[in-house]
Design a protein around this ligand. Sequence first.
Ligand code: SAM
Length: 371
Amino acid sequence: MAERVIPLVDERSSVLAAHVPVQPVAASGTLRDTLRRPLRDLRISVTDRCNFRCSYCMPKEVFDKNYPYLPHASLLSFEEITRLARQFVAHGVQKVRLTGGEPLLRKNIEILIGQLAQLRTAQGQPLDITLTTNGSLLARKARALTDAGLQRVTVSLDGLDDAVFRGMNDVDFPVADVLRGIDAARDAGLWPIKVNMVVKRGTNDHEILPMARHFKGTGIVLRFIEYMDVGATNGWRMDEVLPSADVVQRISAQLPLVPLAHTAPGETAQRWAYADGSGEIGVISSVTQAFCGSCNRARLSTEGQLYLCLFASQGHDLRSLLRGNASDADIASAIGHIWQGRTDRYSELRSTLAPDTGDGKRRVEMSYIGG
Ligand code: SAM
């Protein structure tokens, strides 16, 4: 087995200053990056902490009791997040996803949801607000989230077999409690619900069919995510990636599938319907079929750095602008300028890049930048 290298350098300090450009970039909703990609989707990480230790994301060996999580003063307040979100929306963002770490660990998250729910797009429409969660606190919080204005939710679940799932979350968390959280979300009116399953060959790929059977006919959309080389601590290996094409083939052999058209521009998942009309699944093929060409997502880290790619190694420091004397127009202009200069297309270039050996600029961790 390949030796696992765990880097010890803290890449979070690697930050680019965000400048207010001399030529203002007005927020007109027509922003484009160097590859003509618009800005439509904002993912906001509200905490770098999680109560799971999934080996593909926050392995125990690195994220142990000595790990230097962000101090509270570094975190953006809800008011700061909302102020930034308002500028992103003015530039064309229509959808906001709260993530982390585990977003439901952030105290009073429903207050932030309430604030974001007040924002309106340039067309006067409410934002599409959603949240990605491991489901562990969902049964307790679902009702408060709906009341605050959350519309829907994505729950991560990597298998139905308790031993497999407990092993993957590495904190011995049972499947039944996540399923209870999903039921509570549905009962509270959070809908549609998506379930994300990260597939690791040899670890949980035998759970693909049981998961498909379980959610088929429920209206819940199960999505299979290729195991990705995010961050620098998960010991990623290509031979542990099960290509989405294989996932589709395995399901279709038992439960015939037909392809569906994309519904939203920049959609990450390829959609497939059960031929018998009993619902659909999605596959997210970031490794084997990169979708950088349509990527319209920006990511805001817990401490207010703007990242232009999930695989970026540096962010742009918006918090300094917020906590300095910058006006809303200044901040919008800085965001516009950064987006106009965006060239990122890591997943398309992955195979041509040197492996991340730990001596160059390291990719930021997903728990920090937000999944
Ligand atoms: N804690 C929340 C959760 O569990 O959904 C939100 C954050 S988590 C980083 C967001 C999503 O990223 C989850 O669906 C998780 O399974 C996925 N993810 C994390 N590491 C991944 C990896 N290496 N490859 C593919 N997906 C990954």
